[in-house]
Design a protein around this ligand. Sequence first.
Ligand code: SAH
Length: 214
Amino acid sequence: MKIDSFRHKGLRQKLITSLRDKGITSEEVLNAMNRVPRHFFMAKGFEERAYQDNAFPIASEQTISQPYTVGFQTMLLNVRKSEKVLEIGTGSGYQTAVLLELGARVYTIERHRELFLSAQKLLKELNFSPYCFYGDGYEGLPTYGPFDKIIITAGAPEIPEKLIEQLKPGGIMIAPIGDSKTQKMLKISKNENNQTSIEECGNFIFVPMLSGKK
Ligand code: SAH
C-alpha cells in the first residue's frame, strides 16, 4: 500500500515553499504539485530523497525531472481546466500527474516500453486518468490532435515540426531545445493565423529526446 504520511506532507510543503522562493510564482501550479506525492514516483531506494529539489534516476537510464523544472515548464504551459495537453516523455509519470491535477486532459507518450508500462500502472493505481501511449514522441499523436498545449520533457536537438503541426491556433508548446549538454527552454506560441513565435526562457539539462521505440 502507498502511504502519504504527515512527514511526507511536511517535507513536500517545505519543497513547495523553496520552489516559490526560487521563482515558481503560480500558486495554481504550486498547489497542484503539493497534491502529488512525488515519493510514489521515485525508483526503489530513492524514495527518501523525493522532496529534494533534484532530478533522480528511474528505470531505463532515464530521470524523474527536478521539481523546479516541472514547476517552471508547467507554469510556462499555463494550463486551463479541460485543455487537451500532449506530453512527450512520460518517464515516471510525475509531470503527467501534475498536469492532471490542473484539470487538463493529458495524452502522454513514452518510447521505453518498461517506463510506459510502469507509469501507466502507477497512475491508474493513484486514480489518475491520462491517455498513455507507447511510441515515438517525434510523431506526436496525429489522430488525437490538435492539442491546446504540448510539453516536451526530454532535450531535442531541434523543434519537432510534426508537433508544431499538432498544436491548435492559439496553442503553446514548451520544449527544451539544444545539444546533449544543455538546452534552451523555448516557449513556442502559435497565433490564430498559424504563425509561430519563440521566446527563450533559460538553460536546462534534460535526458535526450531520441527517435524510435525501445
Ligand atoms: N516527465 C518525466 C520526465 C522523464 S525524462 C517525469 O516527470 O518523470 C524524459 C523521458 O522522455 C524519458 O523517460 C525518455 O525515455 C522519454 N523520451 C525520450 N525521447 C522520447 C521520444 N522520442 N518519445 C517519447 N518519449 C521519449
